[in-house]
Write a protein that binds this ligand. Structure first.
Ligand code: ZN
Length: 292
């Protein structure tokens, strides 16, 4: 009798631990950053490359940039942080930034990336996006009431990648367009490097001191933009490090300054069969800019 009670209690305890672990697997966390935006992440988003969404609250409205991988509960978690009317924006159309879109009524995205909500990188049709899709583009300003975010286009990682600039608080929300890891054009749509460099040059001229990307947990310094451009100009042509992504493409991988634990780490991958074109394009861009 005594043994069966012990067994029963042990079983109850085990079940409780299991339930706790299951809850833990999908626990959301948030962190208020020095410049104001709130970093939201989730235990299910902490893969080898951590995923973040960003929440900015003004006096009248709030904005959520990106919705991560598909997991239940993001909308409820955001609602627990703010009761303000919410505008949801995707920095670009990749699945690790759009996964929880169906939990919201409307999602805004650049028109060049909107098709990625309806088909994957290989052109295969996806289920309906599960929300109304509206478009925004470079030159748009989003006024949250005392807090303004300006939209800039930074094509490269995808053709419709955008960044949001808060001039008053001096930061950039950069998605995957400006980050320590740049995956240049996964999928089929190639953006000439001159377009990417033009966009980086335009953004570099803005006033800000911190960059918050979708896959970096820390604020990145503004000179990251120069270091990315320099890394491509210096190392792409001679890079021999090939990263194979079966079924997609092979990539030249420029990896500098150790690993992700180093804040200065840089990791840029560029389609292998586009290297010559990329190098020529970057060289022509630099020559044109050196003249001015
Ligand atoms: Zn992406």
């Amino acid at each position: 009798m005594k043994n069966s009670i012990v067994r029963y209690l042990a079983h109850r305890l085990m079940r409780r631990e299991e339930r706790k672990r299951a809850r833990m697997e999908n626990t959301f966390v948030h962190e208020q950053t020095a410049h104001g935006p709130i970093r939201i992440s989730c235990t299910a988003w902490r893969t080898h490359n951590p995923i973040n969404a960003w929440l900015v609250c003004g006096a009248q409205k709030a904005l959520l940039l990106d919705t991560g991988l598909s997991v239940p509960g993001l909308a409820g978690y955001v609602r627990s942080l703010t009761g303000l009317p919410l505008m949801v924006v995707n920095s670009h159309g990749h699945f690790d930034h759009t996964g929880c879109n169906p939990q919201f009524d409307t999602v805004w995205i650049h028109p060049q990336d909107a098709p990625l909500l309806f088909q994957d990188l290989f052109g295969n049709a996806l289920a309906a996006p599960g929300c109304e899709v509206k478009v925004l583009q470079g030159g748009d300003s989003i006024d949250l009431g005392g807090t303004v975010l300006d939209v800039y286009e930074v094509p490269g990682h995808t053709p419709g990648s955008i960044v949001l600039h808060n001039a008053a608080d001096g930061y950039l929300l950069s998605g995957d367009a400006i980050a320590r890891r740049i995956f240049y054009t996964p999928g089929r749509i190639w953006t000439p490097f001159s377009h990417y460099f033009d966009a980086l040059e335009r953004v570099r001229a803005l006033d800000f001191t911190a960059i918050y990307s979708a896959h970096d947990d820390m604020a990145l310094p503004k000179d990251l933009i120069d270091r990315l451009m320099q890394a491509l100009e210096t190392h792409l042509e001679s890079c021999e490090n090939v990263w194979a992504m079966p079924g997609v493409n092979d990539y030249y991988l420029i990896e500098l300054n150790g690993g992700p634990e180093n804040p200065a780490y840089i990791n840029i991958s560029v389609c292998k069969d586009r290297r010559n074109e990329a190098v020529a394009d970057i060289r022509a861009w630099r020559a044109a800019h050196a003249q001015h």
